[in-house]
Write a new protein. Sequence first.
Length: 111
Amino acid sequence: MINLQAIKGVKMKTIKFYLIGLASILMFILSGCEKVFSSMTITNNSPYTYAVYLDDTSKGEMNPKDVLSFTIDPGIYQLKAIQMTDIVGEPDTKGGTLHVLQGEEMTWTFY
């Protein structure tokens, strides 16, 4: 006859062991590693207002001479600024691929 209580006890001990191990690893990682943020500063030196996007996520509108700063995780992004005022024909679009390294201070000025 199989003792189901014994099997349940073994399963619970195994689960507790794994949870304690995961908690220990997580505490070690969080206590020993300090996350280093990267920063991004964008300056609009154009006489027009632009909408700024990072990977199709709006970072807001920038009026002429505005400066926008934010932290950013390391990675590869698509940075885009689309003209919002005084448009003749198609709106002017500026931007490109942005490669961000850990702890890097990025700047982009457009005209």
